[in-house]
Ligand binder design. Structure first.
Ligand code: DC
Length: 222
């Protein structure tokens, strides 16, 4: 008899809902791989800026074809490497987040990243975080979660995160970016952000990260 495949757990939700922290902790507790799919879109956005292409440019498809993005698990966390360049820290700016949201609405970009994500989850034992994990990338996932929080709370968290990293931040701007990113992610015609069928919805506005992780652990361990 073959070895039973480990589960695939998907965590979807809007920007700033706490997906990354929750997913990372969960993966650590379960000794699963953590797949940060937003980092893949951010890495592509980084290259779009580097090459000076407008976000909707037809050459984006060709750019995807000649770009190699890898997520490497190393001591101290996951590293994002694009064409051999480690961009893990560089892609964490608001500018790149917004551009990632823009380029992620382009079909060629989504297509280019789809197989990469599915390959990463083929063996199971993975916590996959993003906007279309439970709807498109892993529709047959064993456990699906949708993590949400009020806009003001998400903006406050994002602002504190930026300040803690020593990055320049203005609360009003951060909130505006979140509202804009929500609109772009929800309204795009291809793989829009929505609650996947069968997902457990968790509102993290008034609960701690540890509470969210504990709730998810309770469900996946049943
Ligand atoms: O999660 P994040 O902020 O790092 O993601 C950046 C952008 O990438 C997000 O605004 C939309 C896009 N994205 C996506 O379209 N699909 C995913 N699975 C993950 C991210």
């Amino acid at each position: 008899m073959g070895k039973k495949r480990e589960p695939v757990i998907t965590i979807d939700g809007p920007s700033g809902a706490g997906k990354s922290t929750v997913s990372r902790l969960l993966a650590e507790k379960l000794s699963y791989m953590y797949l940060d799919t937003g980092a893949l879109y951010r890495a592509l956005a980084y290259k779009v800026i580097k090459e000076g292409l407008p976000p909707g440019d037809a050459r984006l498809s060709e750019l995807c074809a000649r770009t190699k993005i890898c997520l490497e698990e190393r001591e101290g966390g996951l590293r994002v490497v694009i064409d051999g360049e480690d961009v893990t820290e560089k892609i964490r700016t608001e500018e790149i987040g917004l551009l990632a949201s823009k380029v992620s609405g382009i079909p060629a970009v989504r297509k280019a990243l789809l197989s990469l994500q599915r390959e990463a989850g083929a063996e199971g034992g993975i916590v996959a975080e993003g906007r279309d994990m439970g709807t498109v990338v892993f529709p047959d996932a064993d456990f699906k979660f949708y993590l949400d929080a009020e806009v003001g709370e998400r903006a406050r968290r994002r602002y504190s995160e930026l300040v803690m990293k020593g990055m320049a931040a203005d609360y009003g701007e951060v909130e505006k970016d979140i509202v804009l990113r929500d609109r772009q992610d929800h309204e795009r015609s291809i793989s829009p952000l929505k609650v996947p069928e069968g997902a457990v919805i968790i509102d993290s506005s008034r609960v701690t990260v540890n509470d969210v992780v504990a709730k998810i652990m309770e469900i996946v361990r049943c």
